[in-house]
Design a binder for this molecule. Structure first.
Ligand code: ATP
Length: 902
């Protein structure tokens, strides 16, 4: 089949090819045979770089150039051991970096597919959600705004459908779709009766038949869907790359100084050159890029365990600096388990008993029960809630549950409680058209066939429906002018109890009118009443809000719901405090915001913590204003229109369960459980990752500064080098892998959520951190020279003295590592054995040092010689002294900075 021609085929021809009825869809057997024939709907492309280009990239780093040049130069000088050793280090490093990157890519790819795509299909006459991978050609798919088109579809029914096809055509403006047959000779962008896989539905609804799946789709053929999720660059890695470039020049300069000093002393060129090589290999932090990648990858895995899937790596870091979390209310802060508790008809309130979605409960007013058909107004209110509804109420294993939107589910339950069954009503009043719910309009409408006329039922936000209504019914069922003030007062009252209030209305049309649009229902509605439902706050969100506030993070609720409901829930969650409510209003609405100028908006963005009935464009403004004040903003969103605000936020967060594909596509992070508590958990993990990165950098730099410093000073003073190039390479390689990398596994520090966020623009190292690196480097340089000189003076020869120097650096590093396990507390407070990777690394490192000191073969290669007990005593004693100094340093600086890092 030439799939270029699908747009040129009539709908009947397409349904004929697949032998499918649009209302029934494929049968189980047809799906099975389609799956056998076409396989899964998966695009098999890898995208991005090949493995060899990734491997070669490891060598394309300035610091590696120096090492390569050094190895070639020593090769020319005939120093083959050094030549192979340096080359070996470069290769080992490249392989470690390559394997780590590969693993990180894989992990992130796997995670981003967790937030995989669903598709709504009609199969065997039942509308259902399936994994988009299981679609087969011939499947009838329903699209609505927010969906990602799951396969190539020939559209058969279209209602105001607009699709963003930028991935495929590069056209950034969404295109309008229709279902008529088109001429054959059209380019992809003009085939308006097709929706292509990867397109994003920005508006409207449609039905389409799957015509191509997997690699046979247009996007599959292009074969270059590079996932935006697998970029391994973050602000920190960029800073480190810049730092490496800077270091390159410093090291080259110092190597030049070393050579010059040697030449001035009249040393032969090859000796001078070896000194310069020693300085270069000593000063280069070879392990830095690999360990940063490992630490970030571990952070991603830890966050995934806590239900936050990172889609873009920089978010791991940025999370730690979050100062404001802007969260949706419904479902994120609340349970999204709705139950109608009160209904309002005429001028009175009726209570509804029962809990959850179980449709058993009573309607009572003033203590007496109301039955079906006793109050026509109550009947019609409940009927409208059942008819204007896209969810299903299902009972499985004695438990009642809903499929679809919980708000709508609650309405099915309340209707069924009085005896209005969805399937029966749908037969009596068949639906002929729908205006789907969009948060922009805040209502939904359905058109139904009734006796000799068509009736539209509308349900939605009170602010949308009450102004559009002109009449209402009194309890006797007579038409009366609508009493808007009385209704709004009732809404305030219900909302202040934390109830979510929905309004209902109807409008009659001639039986000839078979479709409706927004214009048809924006005036002259007949107001039927209100249904008010509870949506209790999530218990864990209450704790998480408190933990966030304790961590210096402000939580703001940005919701589409009524300000009264939002404020009442915000109070229960602790987002606003009772004392704040006493003095002034704590919530503000979208309407109030729309009347403000920029300066007022900015003030409001900071001052208020509850934003209600906010439009998506106002969400975007709020993020911008908060960022302009220097905040790092995390923001949740679920609807298609939230995408710009999510993109603007420092961390855009999408909901894994209720979120649309469009928001998931844009987001930096997806919550698999839609729960606010998972955001707080991710922030906590983000802080842990940041801490561990800082620890590693603070740990690794003194090694390199000491090694470079020792060589520089020795060559300027004209004394024998305390460390040889091969010994330096040994120290650098073994310690960065066995010691430094284990810091990535360090657990989060106690009190990590009781300190303020790290400002995002901050330099990697604080002044205190730099001070610590300098102090440690100076102490270590002094220790190395001290040990080297004492052993030399004792007459035990240069090889023993150098062995002493090597061990001094390594054991100095071990003690420093133990002290740096926590930036604030002593190793004993955080638990000595809480990081077994680190303890294991230290033990192996110590054994290797015994090997290099006492094993003949290693002695020969590394020009080392056994040490005696008093020499060991000296090394370990100095090491312990270094440990004590850093612990003391931590204590003093911690007091100065009131608990902040260094
Ligand atoms: P949040 O923004 O915190 O998720 P929300 O669910 O109230 O809260 P929206 O989904 O934008 O936000 O809904 C806005 C309003 O539209 C709701 O308060 C309600 O009045 C109305 N509404 C919500 N869902 C429906 C629906 N399925 N049909 C009709 N009206 C709805």
């Amino acid at each position: 089949m030439n799939n270029n021609n699908w747009h040129n085929k009539h709908v009947n021809e397409v349904t004929g090819i697949y032998n499918v009825d649009l209302d029934i869809g494929l049968s189980k057997e047809q799906v099975q045979s389609g799956a056998d024939r076409f396989g899964k709907n998966i695009i098999s492309t890898q995208g991005g770089e090949t493995w060899y280009s990734q491997l070669l990239k490891q060598f394309n780093q300035p610091l590696v150039y120096i090492l390569l040049v050094a190895s070639v130069a020593v090769g020319f000088m005939g120093e083959w051991v050094e030549f192979f050793a340096i080359l070996g280090v470069v290769i080992i490093n490249a392989v470690i970096g390559f394997v780590q990157e590969l693993k990180a890519h894989k992990a992130i790819k796997a995670l981003s597919s967790v937030s995989g795509q669903n598709a709504t299909v009609i199969r065997d006459g039942v509308r259902q959600q399936i994994n988009a991978d299981d679609l087969v050609p011939g499947d009838v798919v329903a699209l609505q705004s927010g969906d990602k088109v799951p396969a190539d579809l020939r559209l058969v029914q279209v209602k105001d459908l607009q699709v963003d096809e930028a991935t495929l055509t590069g056209e950034s403006v969404p295109v309008c779709k229709q279902s008529n047959t088109l001429e054959a000779d059209l380019v992809l962008g003009d085939r308006s009766n097709m929706a292509y896989s990867s397109g994003l539905v920005t508006y409207g609804t449609a039905k389409g038949i799957v015509v191509e799946t997997g690699d046979r789709t247009e996007i599959g053929k292009i074969n270059e869907m590079i996932s935006s999720a697998d970029i391994l660059e973050t602000p920190l890695t960029r800073k480190i790359t810049r730092f490496s470039h800077f270091l390159l020049w410093i090291i080259l300069g110092l190597a030049g100084v070393t050579m010059l000093a040697g030449l001035l002393r009249g040393l032969p060129l090859n000796v001078v050159f070896m000194e310069a090589v020693a300085l270069a290999v000593g000063a280069i932090p070879e392990g830095l890029p690999a360990v940063v990648t490992i630490t970030l990858a571990i952070g991603v895995a830890r966050m995934a365990q806590r239900r936050a899937i990172i889609r873009k790596l920089p978010a791991v870091e940025t999370l730690g600096s979050t100062t404001i979390i802007c969260s949706d209310k419904t479902g994120t802060l609340t349970q999204n388990q709705m139950t109608v508790q009160k209904v309002f008809i005429g001028e009175s309130v009726v209570s509804v008993s029962g809990s959850g979605y179980c449709p058993i409960g009573k309607f009572t007013t003033n203590g007496s029960e109301i039955h079906k058909s006793e109050l026509p107004l109550l009947d019609e209110l409940l009927i409208s809630g059942v008819l204007c509804n896209d969810s299903n109420l299902i009972k499985s294993e004695k438990i009642w549950n809903i499929e679809g939107d919980p708000t709508e589910g609650a309405l099915l339950t309340s209707g069924t409680k009085l005896g209005f069954e969805q399937s029966h009503l749908n037969d009596v009043f068949p639906r002929i058209d729908t205006i789907p719910f969009e948060s922009e309009y805040k209502y939904m409408a359905t058109l139904h066939k009734a006796d000799g006329k068509n009736i539209a039922y509308v349900k939605g936000a009170v602010e949308s429906l009450v102004p559009a209504s002109s009449v209402s019914l009194n309890e006797k069922g007579e038409l009366v002018p609508i009493k808007r003030e009385m209704i709004m007062k009732m809404v305030e009252d219900l909302a202040s109890q934390g109830l979510r209030v929905l309004a209902f209305a109807r409008k009659e049309f001639a039986s000839t009118q078979n479709c409706i649009s927004h214009i048809d229902v924006d005036e002259n509605l007949l107001f039927l009443g209100l249904q008010a439902m509870i949506d209790p706050p999530r218990e864990e969100a209450i704790t998480a809000v408190a933990a966030s506030q304790n961590a210096g993070i402000t939580v703001k609720m940005i919701t589409g719901d009524h300000v009264g409901t939002a404020t009442a829930i915000a109070k229960k969650l602790g987002i606003v405090k009772d004392e704040d409510c006493r003095n002034e209003t704590v919530g503000i609405t979208g309407v109030e915001l729309s009347k403000m100028n920029d300066a007022e908006l900015k003030d409001a963005a900071i001052k208020f913590n509850v934003f209600a009935r906010v439009s998506p464009s106002q969400k975007l403004d709020l993020v911008r204003f908060l960022q302009a004040e220097g905040n790092t903003v995390a923001m949740t969103g679920d609807g298609v229109n939230d995408a710009p605000a999510l993109r603007q936020a420092d961390i855009g967060i999408a909901m894994g369960i209720s979120g649309t594909d469009v928001t998931k596509e844009t987001a930096d992070m997806v919550l698999t459980d839609d729960n606010f508590a998972s955001i707080e958990a991710a922030v906590e993990e983000g802080r842990g990752v940041y801490d561990n990165l800082i620890k590693f950098i603070t740990w690794t730099l003194p090694t390199n500064m000491t090694e470079g410093g020792v060589i520089l000073i020795a060559s300027i003073l004209g004394i024998a080098l305390p460390l040889m190039p091969l010994q330096l390479l040994w120290i650098n390689m073994s310690t960065s892998v066995l010691l430094g990398a284990t810091l990535a596994f360090e657990k989060k520090e106690p009190g990590i959520m009781s300190r303020p966020p790290v400002p995002s623009g901050n330099a990697i190292l604080s002044r205190g951190g730099i001070r610590k690196i300098i102090v440690m480097s100076i102490l270590l340089i002094a220790a190395v020279f001290g040990v080297f000189t004492l052993i030399m003076n004792s007459g035990r020869g240069i090889d023993v003295a150098r062995t002493g120097a090597v061990n001094m650096i390594v054991f100095g590093e071990i003690f420093y590592l133990l002290a740096l396990r926590s930036l604030r507390h002593s190793a004993f407070k955080i638990g000595f054995f809480s990081n077994m990777y680190l303890i294991g690394g230290v033990v192996i490192m110590a054994l290797l040092q015994l090997g290099i000191t006492y094993w003949g073969a290693m002695n020969t290669v590394f020009q080392t010689s056994p040490l005696n007990l008093s020499e060991w005593g000296m090394i370990l004693g100095v090491g312990a002294l270094l440990y004590g100094t850093i612990e003391l340093f931590k204590k003093v600086t911690q007091n100065q900075t009131k608990g902040q890092a260094f």
